[in-house]
Design a protein around this ligand. Structure first.
Ligand SMILES: *[C@@H]1O[C@H](CO)[C@@H](O)[C@H](O)[C@H]1NC(C)=O
Ligand SMILES: *[C@@H]1O[C@H](CO)[C@@H](O)[C@H](O)[C@H]1NC(C)=O
Ligand SMILES: *[C@@H]1O[C@H](CO)[C@@H](O)[C@H](O)[C@H]1NC(C)=O
Ligand SMILES: *[C@@H]1O[C@H](CO)[C@@H](O)[C@H](O)[C@H]1NC(C)=O
Ligand SMILES: *[C@@H]1O[C@H](CO)[C@@H](O)[C@H](O)[C@H]1NC(C)=O
Ligand SMILES: *[C@@H]1O[C@H](CO)[C@@H](O)[C@H](O)[C@H]1NC(C)=O
Ligand SMILES: *[C@@H]1O[C@H](CO)[C@@H](O)[C@H](O)[C@H]1NC(C)=O
Ligand SMILES: *[C@@H]1O[C@H](CO)[C@@H](O)[C@H](O)[C@H]1NC(C)=O
Length: 379
């Protein structure tokens, strides 16, 4: 009797053994104790309609939860899977379920079928490797789903797709997918989330936004901070433009400030959607590292692929080589100045001799007397 009372942690009913005379009395009291205890399970704390079973090494969701529970915390325990038996009784009033930090690996079919009014579900800090697309009932009312740091590294994308593409999360408004390791999310990831307004993909190793990925949801807040984005494609920017009230966070990405980012820079300067636009900095190239994107001159956005730089250096090199050759030539001339002088004189002399020869002959040829003489002598 005493141990039952303590384990329930409920108000005690005075049960002095002296007062218990008849067996009926004994039974009545037992009944009373059981009734007043009903609901608050072992190792949990209950207050009004909130039940907290935190950091207790539980390996299952506690069985006998009060049927009027509205908010349930079963966080920081050691529950590896949720199955159809995890919530065996209907909890009609449950709206908030927190299952963060439980080493959860799998969610089976129909797990949440007994929680028809669930609005907020926190599954963060787990290690999902499997998530049934039939985990939620067709007419669920889920509005907030927290899957921050929820996936086992190498299986993350397929698993999250299973959850999001089930076509059942039609009321979902807030989705937290931060601190995962996605790299790339396929184009149809959010296609069936037609009411999603708040999406966090912060610190999720995203390297690019595919065409169409963010097209469907009527997003209002989009957090893309601390990913691995180097630039945003023109198509992605056009898709953002189609969402009038959208607010985007983009800081903490390794923006690559070459010609490829020109369109995005123009867009940033003109758009009012990026909340932290003044906090975007270049990572590449080295010369522009840590420079604020908005303060980079468009003329500084060089294409790393083009030949400009290479050509520049080769021109300089060519100039140097030519200068060197010229210098050597001058040096050779200078060293040989005597020889050259002599050579010039020789040429001059040779020329003179030659010219004089001509001159002489010309004179002979042009003198009629001498001409006759020469003709005669020829004969
Ligand atoms: C958690 O549960 C697993 C088995 O599911 C067990 O091997 C492990 O020791 C448990 N960890 C703690 C801290 O209780
Ligand atoms: C999701 O859970 C994480 C940690 O468990 C928390 O920091 C974050 O604020 C939650 N996200 C939302 C949208 O409540
Ligand atoms: C994920 O990694 C584990 C070991 O870390 C490995 O056993 C498993 O095959 C991997 N799964 C996939 C889909 O790569
Ligand atoms: C980013 O996410 C990883 C898990 O993918 C986590 O280990 C790390 O602590 C997160 N970083 C921050 C700053 O939250
Ligand atoms: C939506 O996201 C913004 C920015 O991350 C946050 O401030 C706001 O509280 C979120 N709203 C809800 C309902 O979670
Ligand atoms: C994205 O759209 C642009 C322009 O509409 C197109 O050129 C590009 O090939 C598309 N990329 C993919 C991966 O479909
Ligand atoms: C700037 O934005 C306005 C609407 O906000 C748009 O009409 C205009 O075409 C944009 N200009 C450029 C150069 O993108
Ligand atoms: C920009 O960064 C600073 C320092 O990291 C931070 O305090 C500030 O809140 C950021 N601004 C926005 C709009 O995120």
């Amino acid at each position: 009797m005493r141990s039952l009372r303590e384990s329930c942690g409920c108000e005690s009913v005075e049960t002095r053994s002296g007062a218990l005379k008849s067996g009926i009395m004994r039974l009545l009291v037992l009944l009373l104790v059981v009734l007043s205890c009903h609901g608050c399970p072992d190792r949990c704390l209950c207050s009004s309609q909130t039940v907290k079973c935190q950091n207790q090494d539980l390996d299952n969701i506690p069985r006998s939860l009060p049927s009027n529970t509205k908010i349930l915390f079963v966080t920081g325990n050691n529950i590896s899977r949720l199955t159809v038996d995890s919530f065996p009784n209907s909890l009609e009033m449950l709206t908030d379920l927190y299952l963060s930090g439980n080493e959860l690996e799998s969610v089976g079919e129909m797990v949440f079928d007994n929680l028809p009014n669930l609005v907020r579900l926190d599954l963060s800090n787990n290690k999902f490797q499997a998530f049934s697309d039939r985990a939620f009932p067709d007419d669920n009312k889920l509005q907030m789903l927290n899957l921050s740091k929820s996936f086992h590294d190498n299986s993350s994308v397929e698993v999250v797709l299973n959850v999001l593409q089930s076509g059942k999360l039609l009321m979902l408004k807030v989705l937290d997918l931060s601190n995962n390791n996605f790299l790339i999310l396929p184009e149809d990831t959010f296609r069936s989330l037609s009411n999603l307004v708040n999406l966090s993909l912060q610190n999720s190793s995203i390297i690019s936004i595919q065409n169409g990925t963010l097209k469907v949801p009527p997003l209002h807040d989009l957090d893309l901070r601390d990913n691995s984005l180097k630039y945003l494609s023109t198509t992605a920017l056009a898709e953002f433009d189609l969402k009038p009230g959208l607010r985007i966070w983009l800081a903490g990405n390794p923006w690559r400030c070459d010609c490829i980012i020109e369109d995005m820079l123009m867009w940033l300067k003109n758009s009012s959607q990026v909340v932290d636009v003044h906090n975007l900095t270049c990572t590449d190239p080295e010369a522009l590292r840590r420079r604020r994107l908005l303060q980079v001159e468009p003329s500084k956005l060089k294409c790393s692929g083009d030949m400009e730089g290479v050509l520049e250096t080769s021109y300089v090199f060519l100039g140097l080589v030519l200068a060197l050759i010229g210098l050597i030539f001058l040096l050779v001339l200078y060293l040989n100045r005597k020889g050259i002088k002599r050579w010039m004189y020789n040429i001059r002399d040779a020329c003179r001799d030659h010219m004089e020869g001509y001159h002489y002959r010309y004179e002979i040829n042009s003198d009629p007397r001498l001409a006759n003489l020469s003709i005669n002598s020829d004969v």
